[in-house]
Design a protein around this ligand. Structure first.
Ligand code: ADP
Ligand code: MG
Length: 538
């Protein structure tokens, strides 16, 4: 059963200054296997892959590859080009495509990188077209190669389409085609499903199985347990840079794997409501908190980001909005928060129409923004300052316009205790805290004001299992206190677990999907916006 290794890492370490990102890791990849690497955010997964791919040089340890003649030899990629020449391809967490070129031109560039050297100078001045002209692939040849590869692996994509017009799912296909064009025998896929809807994940896995059947070895990186259990043959778990587990898939349950990932028992939300259960506090008529009517919001490039959205949230319920990133969720949340002004339609909060963020907050709205690092906390400020950042907090603590320092400290300290923020020191900068603890600060600040409406956008992104559980408990507690919660999240499981009512947002449209709550397939279709096309076609 055991097959030969195509890649071996022995004792590989990578440090950044004093920080050990990858710590004496052994790793083996067998021919024809799908090997999952599981680990929480920051576990060292991407760093390990970047070492194999030549983007980083190891601080210590050895890497071996087996070449086409079955020779195992020591290997150190000095650059991605080196890795590619040795049959290693990588699809990064963030795509590396050139948006203004066509699919086949991007593939020709990848081939050129193999045959002619890196695109370095061309890519830095952005003059790809000129560079491509000098290059020995004729346009027709690039198209032909693309078509052949597409057909062979069932990766359908139009070779003449401009990359920037493609959906993320299709862009990912192009990235895989690029790796196949240079005949990568080892494929590294770094969190490939993060950008896909459930529907697309199914199709993507079918492609992986095809590649596997073709004899390629695949490293599949994810922090999603279910996906890893579905697709992999073996699993390596990384925790804080160390390899803590290697085994055949199925040897450990999801729970066991989670324990390996976080190194302790996991808590789980026990009091989940479940989509579709009635709102226990519902009054007749329902006690409306937020009401959107025909809301249209323009995005930063003046595109229609939110398109004619009407909906309502009530007291005592969590309304969930699921969807793939970039479908207008951010703009919707920002418009409600008074942060976006080029919009039409109405946003009514408790029957009023507040203008601007300050007025919205005064009306009793709390906000957990999507991007903790840039809008949730101010990293250089102290924990206390971040806890009390909110205008309303400051006003509560102000007497004759002078902030009462003692009260300020006491308030911060009690929030630190209540929300178990670690380390429990109000005076250190927030940048010294882990992501989970930073998120607790945002929660503490926003929830302690007892908002009537709490808007939470991807509130558990990047958190470990227990920190995510804590956030969930807090959202449920808001609901139990008859507040209204609008939960916008790309994690479908989270939305299904917590929401009373469910919507899907796709290409700026909001579609009620409470009735489809048990039908992941149908939800997936809604998320890709395909069901509309289906309906209008027939
Ligand atoms: P993962 O992909 O598992 O989420 P990463 O490999 O990206 O984790 O990061 C592992 C750790 O190494 C993190 O704490 C990250 O902050 C740190 N790290 C990654 N790249 C660098 C770098 N270039 N310089 C300093 N620290 C880094
Ligand atoms: Mg990563």
């Amino acid at each position: 059963m055991d097959r030969e290794n195509v890649l071996e890492l022995r004792n590989v370490t990578k440090t950044f200054g004093d920080f050990v990102a990858v710590d004496s890791v052994d790793f083996e990849l067998q021919a024809g296997e799908i090997h999952a690497i599981l680990g929480e955010n920051g576990a060292g997964k991407s760093t390990l892959m970047n070492l194999i791919y030549g983007l980083y040089q190891p601080s210590d340890g050895r890497i071996y590859v087996t070449d086409r003649e079955n020779w195992q030899r020591r290997f150190r990629a000095k650059s991605p080009r080196d890795a590619i020449a040795n049959g290693i391809g990588m699809v990064h967490q963030h795509f590396m495509l050139i948006e203004n070129l066509t699919v086949s031109e991007n593939i020709a560039l990848a081939l050129g990188q193999l045959r002619r050297g890196p695109v370095g100078s061309a890519s830095s001045n952005g003059d790809y077209k000129k560079w491509l002209g000098k290059f020995r692939f004729k346009k027709e040849e690039a198209i032909r190669i693309t078509e052949e590869l597409s057909e062979r692996f069932g990766l359908t994509v139009d070779p003449t389409a401009l990359v920037r017009t493609l959906s993320v799912g299709l862009k990912q296909r192009v990235e895989i085609l690029k790796a196949l064009a240079v005949d990568a025998r080892i494929l590294i896929l770094d969190e490939p499903t993060a950008v896909l809807s459930p529907q697309e994940v199914g199709g993507f896995f079918a492609i992986l199985r095809k590649l596997q059947a073709d004899g390629r070895a695949i490293i599949f990186i994810s922090h999603k347990m279910k996906e890893v259990l579905d697709i992999s043959d073996r699993i390596t778990v990384l925790r804080r840079g160390k390899k803590v587990y290697l085994g055949k898939t199925g040897e450990l349950t999801a729970r066991g794997l989670a324990r390996e990932m976080i190194g302790e028992e996991i808590n789980e939300v026990e009091r989940s409501v479940g989509v579709g259960l009635p709102n226990p506090y519902e009054s007749d008529p329902p006690d409306s908190v937020l009401r959107l009517s025909n809301l249209t919001v323009l995005g930063s490039r003046s595109e229609v980001a939110v398109s004619d959205v009407s909906m309502e949230t009530c007291r005592g319920e969590i309304v969930g909005i699921a969807g793939v990133d970039g479908n207008g969720q951010r703009e919707l949340a920002e418009a409600i928060m008074g942060l976006r002004h080029n919009s039409s339609g109405t946003i009514s909060i408790l029957g009023t129409d507040p203008k601007g963020t300050k007025a919205v907050r005064h009306r009793g709205v709390g906000y957990i923004p999507e991007d903790r690092q840039t809008t949730g906390v101010i990293a250089a400020f102290s924990v206390m300052e971040n806890l009390l950042l909110n205008v309303t907090h400051l006003e509560n603590l102000t007497q004759w316009n002078i902030l009462n320092q003692k009260r300020k400290h006491e308030t911060a300290e009690s929030l630190i205790t209540d929300y178990d923020i670690r380390p429990p020191n109000p005076d250190i900068p927030v940048s010294a805290l882990s992501g989970g603890n930073q998120q607790k600060i945002v929660l503490a600040r926003e929830i302690s004001l007892q908002p009537d409406l709490l808007i939470a956008v991807n509130p558990t992104r990047g958190l470990d299992v227990n920190a995510a559980h804590y956030v969930h408990e807090n959202l449920l507690a808001q609901r139990d206190q008859k507040k209204s919660v609008l939960l916008i999240s790309t994690e479908l499981d989270e939305v299904l677990l917590l929401s009373n009512r469910l919507f899907v947002m796709s290409r700026g449209k909001l579609i009620e999907a409470t009735a489809q709550r048990n039908d992941i397939e149908a939800l997936g279709l809604l998320m890709t916006g395909e069901s509309h096309a289906d309906m209008s076609d027939g």
